[in-house]
Write a protein that binds this ligand. Structure first.
Ligand SMILES: Nc1ncnc2c1ncn2[C@@H]1O[C@H](COP(=O)(O)OP(=O)(O)O)[C@@H](O)[C@H]1O
Ligand SMILES: [Mg+2]
Length: 397
């Protein structure tokens, strides 16, 4: 069928033709933000899940929903090598400049901009990567202690006061939160705790890999009570069906039941895989009715596209030792695996592998679902590792 009108959208953060199976979460988020705006207690939200389950597109959808309801939002993605204050400062500035255009909030937004100037100029000594324009002179004593935990509390409170005066709430959308250093996460948690206690309308909507939850807990033990951690997983069968059939139906294309079941089985309901299968099957089929033979014929294209577009980028960032560790895990199957079993597979003592394992967790490749357990953060990564490093040569590597 014509690739020009192919509706499927595999890609990191690429919005799907049909956002299937997330209605409940969208509704929970709506309730939470409305409560925050009205000064009622509500928890900030952290979406946790593996790669490719749709966290980034959910964040964006939640942001658009909130904007449509008149909320103020800012959006950012935590990169591996940047400090949280450097990430936050320009976004908070943006939010404050918008708030300062409203008559009701102008004074408080100006005061918060003075706070931001103090915040950024003092913390720049410690976090050299802070780059933000100043719209006001710092006010001595306002968010300028030079201590991130104290100053971020003050700053978020000032922002919250301005948002409250404007009758709105500020929602901070932060993706890839697992990359934020623990000490900086702790400061963020403390600041959110403070604004929640004072019922200021500021809320975090974050997303990250499953290790985020334990990381938050280590940063501040009370963070469990402060946040909701909705788990974003593969789509259930009904939603996965919808994700495929709705975009097809919109184009007057039908899909045989056995063809559909075959795709559902191969993708296990993972959104990224559903999009890639949908795309390649569409391009392969003559239509307007897709058959099992079309699905089978598309398989090689799908695997090649996934290897290049989804798996490979992660593999390329690994050192040889990290690759061997991942390959040994793959040898044992999809996982999770005991660290001892991986070590045995590599014929090394567990302790000798500790640093590699930690490095892989840090890079977001694996996580620990329970003490001594190790699992991939990328679904079906074991199959990919066996495809790309077949045979036994990797052991010598
Ligand atoms: N609910 C959904 N239904 C159908 N496809 C989805 C859904 N959520 C995400 N996708 C698709 O899955 C892919 C991965 O989404 P993304 O948000 O980048 O995942 P993550 O951030 O969890 O790695 C994208 O191609 C997107 O279009
Ligand atoms: Mg993402």
């Amino acid at each position: 069928m014509d690739p020009v009108i192919n509706p499927f959208a595999p890609g990191a953060g690429t919005s799907p033709p049909e956002l299937a199976g997330r209605d409940r979460l969208l509704e929970d988020a709506r309730v939470a933000r409305q409560r925050v705006r009205n000064g009622l207690p509500a928890k900030s939200m952290l979406l946790v899940g593996l790669r490719g389950v749709g966290k980034t597109v959910l964040l964006e959808r939640l942001r658009l929903d909130a904007e449509a309801e008149g909320f103020h939002t800012v959006q950012m993605e935590a990169p591996e090598q940047r400090s949280l204050p450097a990430l936050l400062a320009p976004q908070i500035r943006l939010a404050l400049l918008r708030l300062s255009r409203l008559d009701s909030a102008r004074d408080l937004a100006q005061r918060a901009l003075r706070g931001l100037a103090g915040f950024a100029s003092r913390l720049k000594l410690k976090y050299g990567d802070i780059e933000v324009g100043y719209d006001a002179e710092p006010e001595p004593g306002l968010a300028d202690n030079g201590d991130l935990e104290l100053d971020l509390q003050t700053l978020l409170e000032l922002v919250g006061e301005a948002a409250e005066r404007a009758g709105t709430a500020l929602l901070l959308f932060v993706d890839e939160l697992q990359y934020v250093e623990e000490e900086q996460l702790a400061a963020l948690i403390t600041a959110l705790h403070r604004v929640a206690q004072r019922r200021r309308p500021v809320m975090l909507v974050g997303a990250g890999l499953p290790q985020l939850r334990a990381r938050m807990g280590r940063a501040k033990s009370y963070s469990e009570r402060l946040f909701d951690y909705p788990e974003i997983g593969p789509l259930d069968e009904a939603a996965a069906r919808q994700a495929l059939t709705m975009p097809l139906a919109a184009n007057q294309v039908a899909l045989n039941e056995d063809a559909l079941e075959s795709v559902l089985r191969r993708t296990q309901g993972y959104p990224y895989f559903l999009q890639e299968w949908g795309k390649q099957v569409w391009n392969t089929a003559v239509g307007p009715r897709i058959t099992l033979a079309d699905v089978e014929q598309a398989e090689r294209l799908v695997l090649a596209a996934l290897d290049e577009g989804f798996f490979r980028v992660r593999f390329d960032r690994m050192t040889p030792a990290e690759r061997r560790y991942l390959r040994a895990m793959a040898e044992l199957g999809p996982g999770p695996h005991r660290s001892g079993d991986v070590a045995q597979c590599l014929v090394k003592p567990v302790t000798a592998l500790g640093p590699v394992r930690n490095q892989l967790i840090h890079k977001g490749m694996i996580w620990s679902p329970g003490h001594g357990d190790t699992a991939f953060t990328v679904p079906l990564f074991d199959e990919f590792m066996r495809r790309i490093l077949p045979g036994e040569d990797w052991r010598a590597g």
